[in-house]
Write a protein that binds this ligand. Structure first.
Ligand SMILES: Nc1ncnc2c1ncn2[C@@H]1O[C@H](COP(=O)(O)OP(=O)(O)OP(=O)(O)O)[C@@H](O)[C@H]1O
Length: 270
């Protein structure tokens, strides 16, 4: 499971001799979704017949094999980009590392509790931005005192109050970009062992993206590991030094950012 403590002497730690500390190890990881009540066939007489014949098997459950045998080791201080076409398994892999999805086969080992910062991270729409900063901080394990000292910093970083006193209004009055900025700011206020960001940078405007990129670089210096899922190759280039390229759930390439993006751009025809 994802919350297994890492065995620092793990054999997959190829760089142990160089003093690198592994934070996440995925070992031949497979993730399969099961979709209940999924219809097979088009509702024709023959498909109805075949459904009757299959009765007793896993009826109405369709499997989606989203991650297929992915292995890698992430180290402290690395910023790793995850790239690949739509539906290639990037978000699924992050959710599995965060311990939100069980492994069908294989294993994920993590050092500490990884935090997943998605554009869908749970904030309460009916509460004010202010309350969400406090609740979000508590949910991440910050003390009230820590939240109090970081509060102004979080609000300033989000830029929510640049156009008026929005932080005291309910989140439902925010634009999707404003909400995403607040989510990022809350998550980025804490020093994470492993921080995973799913497309968060794509949502803010250019000025906010720059600020987020700078913060990611800081988080790396503070010895965490950062994973970033993005379709924006420039964001990945500016932030990451290593890239994992997924395609149809398989790890197609793992290497230095420039090399992997070059191959990916050939693949996508850019
Ligand atoms: N909750 C779910 N139930 C069933 N299948 C799912 C679920 N979430 C994702 N999938 C499937 O798993 C596969 C991988 O999806 P995933 O969202 O991980 O891809 P992605 O690389 O993050 O895509 P994108 O770039 O479009 O965000 C896809 O085939 C998708 O249809």
């Amino acid at each position: 499971m994802a919350d297994d403590k890492l065995d620092k002497t793990d054999r997959t730690d190829r760089n142990a001799g160089k003093g690198h500390i592994p934070t996440v190890i995925a070992d031949e990881l497979h993730i399969v979704y099961r979709v209940n009540g999924a219809k097979t066939g088009k509702g024709s007489a023959t498909s109805a017949l075949s459904r009757i014949i299959r009765r007793g098997e896993e009826r109405g459950v369709r499997k989606v094999h989203a991650v297929r045998g992915v292995s890698f080791t992430a180290y402290r201080g690395e910023a790793i980009g995850l790239i690949g076409s739509n539906g290639s398994g990037k978000s699924t892999l992050l959710r599995a590392i965060a311990g939100l999805l069980p492994a069908e086969q294989g294993k994920v080992y993590t050092d500490g509790q990884p935090s997943l910062l998605g554009v869908n991270a749970a904030l309460m729409n009916d509460l004010t931005g202010e309350r969400n900063v406090i609740l979000g901080g508590l949910a991440m394990g910050m003390s009230r005192e820590q939240i109090r000292t970081r509060y102004q910093e979080i609000v300033d970083f989000s830029g929510i109050n640049e156009k008026g006193d929005f932080i005291t209004l309910p989140m439902r009055t925010y634009s999707s970009g404003m909400a995403a900025r607040l989510r990022f700011s809350i998550a980025a206020a804490k020093d994470h062992d492993v921080l995973m960001i799913d497309e968060a940078l794509a949502t803010g405007d250019r000025k906010f993206q720059k600020r987020s990129e700078a913060r990611i670089r800081e988080l790396r210096k503070e010895a965490g590991t950062v994973f970033l899922v993005s379709h924006n190759n420039k964001s990945i280039r500016d932030t990451c030094d290593r890239v994992l390229w997924l395609e149809r759930g398989e790890l197609r390439m793992d290497g230095p950012t420039d090399e992997v993006i070059k191959e990916y751009e050939k693949f996508t025809g850019k």
